[in-house]
Design a protein around this ligand. Structure first.
Ligand code: 3HC
Length: 709
């Protein structure tokens, strides 16, 4: 029998109900209705003895349907579904394969027994959407596995493996193969032995000492500063341990409902959709056939080249790493061995796995070995002529259909494409250092790149486990171009009277993991001075005169590595304010005739963030990115912008774009037109009453009608 969203069949008096809602069996309205109908069938048909509830295709269920969040939830709500399952008079066994996440796990918890495939993952990721489990997860899980283990799952949002779920008591049995069959056998045994139902609501929760909850609150404040949902999880679990079951269920639902309407949840849900949308670059049909990539050539055995090589080897590709000298190649091999050695030590990889990866790696002193490569990525230094020469040489050598990618961080990709005979097969791929660890990749399209080439590099980056975002031609692309505006403003603020510690404090309080000056000290001021030098010709006079970095480098203050930069560093490596820097800054101000004034925290925040937002808007209007949400994904997932604020473009809309415009105009007067003249796009959108992200799909936008359980 088939009910929308759930299908049922009967085998030996056992009802088999399957959630069928591709691609991830989200618990949409039809599925919820189907689940209620299945419980009704089980309890009204006297010939039925038990039910097995299973998923289909990739998993059991990924939880509540996030596309339904923007509107009032239609009955039956999930809370009712899980109550009906739990209160069934006949036993219900969940057969979990793939994943049981969020509401999916809550459904499984309302079943009387749980069998999981040994590869399955079980979790409550609601916190990553700025909410908390709202259909009994916070109430049932602590009763089943204890408050501490439950709290760890709820506050981290990280799924656990089936084996750990078995150990904690979350599941009753593992199935190495065919979990449905094992669950059917389990259900038959229950019937045979008259075991009956076993409801989690009948278990009394075990209390925990208050100190544990207090410690957890402190840990979460440090780990997730500014985020409300993790803290509220502790309050909820504390409440659940003392209140009667029904009261706890009602309070949990209330909390979840309140969180769904919060700005933080809106921002995180927006990002969830934005991240997935970014995987479908505009103008490329989703069914575009990707080219086959098996062998990857990488030119340049430096840190970047080695990082990309490791990421490619980890993903199972053959890699040819090309360097100009044996010495450079030996150093590259030592660096790769060191990384893999560390992974073995930490138990992440076995010696055999490393050996297998190394068998797929060839070191080559010249380009001729690249003839068999399907994709070649050059990672040499950002010297335009050198890049052009290498790309031309690769072009002359490799197959006509080989894709050539430049790992450039700011060069003009159209200009680079011109030095090939295959502009349709040429792209940019901007990895971030260290490339084996950093998830973000800016894939750069040229106007001439073929759609299947763009689809292929998106797919390739995903296979490396990266988060690729397609951007367009623009100096510094999205991440570095916007970052350079924040850096500029941070330096101007020093000139105007702020201190590094004030600027860093304001931005870390905003939610960045590290402030711009501590970050600069970490990166190395000599490295940043070289980048500044490369941009010198295009700088405005005020920016050129703001040569604080050059002064520090001349003083030998290169940042952390020399024990001093914007800050001083002791043996513990922690930054402390440095009077010597204060004197250098005072001398700098005197030299350029700058007068120092009291700077408010609001001014620091607005100048740093609005300069970035304004640049983001300019990037959009110039076609350097096709969607505001892509910019947000880059910043929130790759550049430390607090995800719970949704990214800079979403943040601008939260502040109110008209207010952002007014502030830009104010700072244009104060700092200079050159720096704060508002982007035309912002002006246009304000006139139309739109925001920067208001052209995002409806599912990403937010209404005040959010309701969930
Ligand atoms: N609702 C609706 N659509 C969902 C969804 C959900 N819960 N989870 C995933 N999808 C959609 C994605 O948007 C994507 O759609 P698209 O193809 O149109 O872009 C498609 O399913 C495939 O998803 P992914 O691209 O993410 O596929 P992956 O294979 O990379 O990952 C997954 C699969 C691990 C299930 C991942 O999608 C995931 O983590 N999903 C979210 C799980 C989650 O957060 N659940 C909690 C929901 S809130 C809740 O349950 C509240 C409750 O407590 C009341």
């Amino acid at each position: 029998m088939s009910m929308a969203g759930v299908t049922t069949s009967v085998e030996n008096n056992i009802l088999i109900a399957r959630i069928e809602n591709p691609p991830v069996n989200a618990l949409s309205h039809t599925v919820r209705g189907g689940l209620i109908a299945a419980v009704d069938q089980l309890n009204s048909d006297e010939t039925l003895d038990a039910m097995v509830l299973a998923g289909t295709a990739r998993g059991f269920s990924a939880g509540a349907d996030v596309t339904e969040f923007g509107a009032a939830m239609k009955a039956p709500k999930l809370g009712e579904v899980v109550a009906r399952l739990e209160n069934s008079e006949k036993p219900v066994v969940a057969a979990i394969h793939g994943f049981a996440l969020g509401g999916g796990l809550e459904v499984a918890l309302s079943c009387h027994y749980r069998i999981a495939d040994s590869d399955a993952k079980l979790g409550l990721p609601e916190v990553t959407l700025g909410i908390l489990p709202g259909a009994g997860g916070c109430v049932r899980l602590p009763r089943l596995i204890g408050a501490e283990a439950a709290l760890a799952m709820i506050t981290s949002g990280r799924p656990i493996a089936a084996k750990a779920a078995l150990q904690s008591g979350l599941v009753d049995r593992l199935a190495d193969e065919n979990v449905d069959e094992v669950a059917r056998g389990f259900a038959a045994d229950l019937v045979e032995s008259n075991a009956g139902v076993r409801r989690i609501c009948d278990i009394d929760p075990t209390p925990v000492v208050p100190e544990i909850l207090a410690q957890e609150r402190k840990r979460l404040t440090r780990r997730y500063p500014g985020q409300i949902a993790p803290q509220m999880a502790v309050d909820l679990v504390e409440m659940v341990l003392t209140e009667p079951f029904e009261t706890a269920i009602a309070k949990e639902a209330e909390t979840c409902k309140a969180l769904v309407g919060s700005d933080q949840s809106r921002a995180l849900r927006y990002l969830f959709a934005a991240e997935r949308l970014a995987q479908k670059p505009e103008g490329i049909a989703p069914d575009t056939i990707q080219r086959s990539i098996r062998r990857v050539g990488i030119i340049g055995p430096g840190t970047m080249g080695c990082g990309i090589a490791i990421a490619s080897l980890d993903a199972g590709f053959d890699v040819i790493l090309v360097g100009r000298s044996q010495d450079a190649l030996q150093k590259a091999e030592a660096a790769i061995d060191k990384t893999y050695g560390g992974a073995v030590k930490r138990g992440k990889l076995t010696e055999d796995a490393v050996a297998a990866r190394k068998r797929n790696l060839t070191f080559a002193p010249d380009l001729s070995t690249l003839k068999t490569a399907d994709l070649v990525i050059e990672t040499i230094s950002e010297d335009p002529q050198a890049k052009k020469d290498v790309i031309g040489a690769i072009d002359a050598l490799v197959r006509a259909d080989t894709i050539i990618a430049s790992n450039t961080s700011f060069l003009d990709v159209e200009w680079l494409a011109d030095c090939t005979s295959r502009p349709e097969n040429f792209v940019g791929m901007h990895f971030f250092n260290p490339a084996n660890l950093m998830k973000l990749v800016e894939n750069i399209r040229t106007a001439r790149a073929a759609p299947d080439v763009l689809a292929t590099i998106t797919g390739f980056a995903r296979k490396l486990g990266k988060l690729p975002v397609m951007v367009g031609r623009s100096e510094g692309f999205v991440a570095n171009r916007m970052l350079s505006k924040r850096t500029r403003e941070a330096l101007f603020l020093l000139q105007d009277g702020a201190t590094p510690q004030q600027v860093d404090r304001v931005l870390t309080e905003f939610g960045f993991p590290i402030g711009p000056f501590a970050l600069a000290d970490m990166a190395g001021l000599d490295v940043l001075a070289a980048t500044r030098e490369a941009r010198y010709a295009g700088m405005a006079e005020r920016e050129r005169a703001c040569d604080i970095i050059e002064t520090l480098v001349a003083e030998g203050r290169l940042g952390r590595k020399t024990g001093a930069g914007y800050y001083r560093y002791g043996d513990d490596g922690k930054p402390t304010p440095d009077p010597e820097f204060a004197s250098l800054l005072a001398a700098h101000r005197a030299r350029i005739g700058a007068t120092s004034r009291e700077i408010s925290d609001d001014e620091v925040r607005e100048r740093c963030l609005f300069a970035m937002i304004n640049e983001g808007a300019k990037i959009l209007e110039e076609g350097g990115a096709t969607r505001a949400s892509d910019i947000d994904v880059i910043w929130a997932r790759g550049m430390g912008f607090p995800a719970w604020r949704g990214g800079p473009m979403h943040y601008a809309d939260t502040v109110g774009l008209a207010d952002v415009l007014a502030a830009l105009e104010k700072y244009a007067g104060l700092v200079g037109e050159d720096f704060f003249a508002p982007a035309q796009l912002i002006k246009t959108r304000v006139v139309k009453g739109e925001g920067l992200t208001s052209q995002a799909p409806a599912a990403q936008r937010n209404t005040k009608r959010d309701e969930l359980v």
